[in-house]
Design a protein around this ligand. Structure first.
Ligand code: PEP
Ligand code: MN
Length: 337
């Protein structure tokens, strides 16, 4: 349920409500808005508890949250959430452009890509150090050495970095090196991992599972939020359908659906959605038109030599022209690149 405080509620009144909620066995999540404070209260609600809370000083009203996801719901937070990362905002007017190779392969490969994408207008650098590959025989990533290379690229190029974490035990180590933790599609329902990244307090990009419904995806976000980490960014990366010509099918409708149901920012990843570099730009444009807050794009200096996801990776020149071509569309959609 949501306890909506009056605009004039004092700090003491808010604290009294928070203690009362805890006493009643609820987990309170206060959200201090510009105008008023609302408190998300997770637990078993009854008509009686709602009525008794409404009697407390400073409380305007108490309303139930109808959706199974609570903290992710627009019912609790009406205004879109923005996530601040290293002086950049995800979810604001400016689109977040996260670009880089699927995997960190070497220092020179990552630095070359990082310089190129930064120059072309990327706002974040991506690169996988732990790769959740379909085959155990495929390249699995450079692990901690890859994290060190990412940290070096951040120093040298000035872009905050994003990388995937696949093992709950590695969360503190990965969090030490990077700015945003990514939960990959294959781990969207790894609940131990979700709780662990929740506890880390680091911004998290939560990719949609290969066969996850929008509701299951928001419930996964709820695991992170329920640990008190509100810096969650969703990423639509295509779902499994009967079509075989593309690696996955980009679910463009998920973008406005999420916007209608949740306050969390949402990105689109047309690289993993299509598996084909020639489809990346049109799908990127469709995503921005549908309201995405940013894009995740795979870029590799030499896609034919890439150790993973070469066929969907853009050459740096192609990435630069995609960003350039996006400017007019972004502005028509009230956004900027
Ligand atoms: C990735 O971003 O490199 C990745 C593995 O993506 P996904 O989890 O969406 O397949
Ligand atoms: Mn990839």
């Amino acid at each position: 349920m949501i306890v909506v405080m009056q605009r004039t509620a004092t700090k003491e009144q808010i604290n009294t409500v928070l203690s009362k909620l805890e006493e009643l066995g609820f987990r309170p999540h206060p959200i201090h808005g510009v105008v008023k404070t609302v408190i998300g209260a997770i637990g078993e609600r009854t008509q009686h508890t709602m009525e008794s809370l409404e009697l407390l000083a400073g409380v305007e009203r108490v309303v139930p949250i109808m959706q199974p996801y609570k903290l992710a719901s627009k019912e609790l937070v009406e205004a879109p959430t923005t996530v601040e990362v290293a002086g950049r905002t995800i979810g604001g007017k400016k689109l977040a452009i996260i670009a880089g190779p699927c995997a960190v392969e070497s220092c020179s490969q990552l630095l070359e890509t990082a310089h190129a994408v930064a120059e072309a207008g990327a706002t974040f650098l991506r690169g996988g150090a732990y790769k959740p590959r379909t085959s155990p025989y495929s390249f699995q990533g450079m692990e901690e050495e890859g994290l060190k290379i990412l940290a070096r690229a951040r120093e040298e190029v000035g872009l905050p970095v994003v990388t995937e974490v696949i093992n709950p035990a590695d969360v503190p180590l990965v969090a030490k090196y990077v700015d945003i933790l990514q939960i990959g599609a294959r781990n969207m329902q790894n609940f131990t991992l979700l709780r662990e990244v929740g506890r880390s307090g680091k911004p998290v990009i939560l990719k949609r599972g290969l066969a996850a419904t929008v509701e299951e995806w928001l419930m996964a976000a709820e695991y992170i939020l329920s640990e008190g980490n509100y810096n969650v960014i969703l990423c639509e990366r295509g779902i499994r359908t009967y079509e075989t010509q593309t690696r996955n099918t980009l679910d463009v409708s998920a973008i406005p659906l999420i916007k209608q149901q949740s306050h969390l920012p949402i990105l689109s990843d047309p690289s993993h959605a299509s598996g084909r570099w020639r489809l990346v730009e049109p799908l990127a444009r469709a995503s921005v038109a549908a309201g995405a807050d940013g894009l995740m794009l795979e870029v590799h200096p030499n896609p034919s030599e890439a150790l993973s996801d070469g066929p969907q990776s853009l050459r740096p020149e192609k990435f630069a022209s995609l960003v350039e071509n996006l400017k007019e569309l972004a502005s028509a959609c009230g956004r900027e690149v």
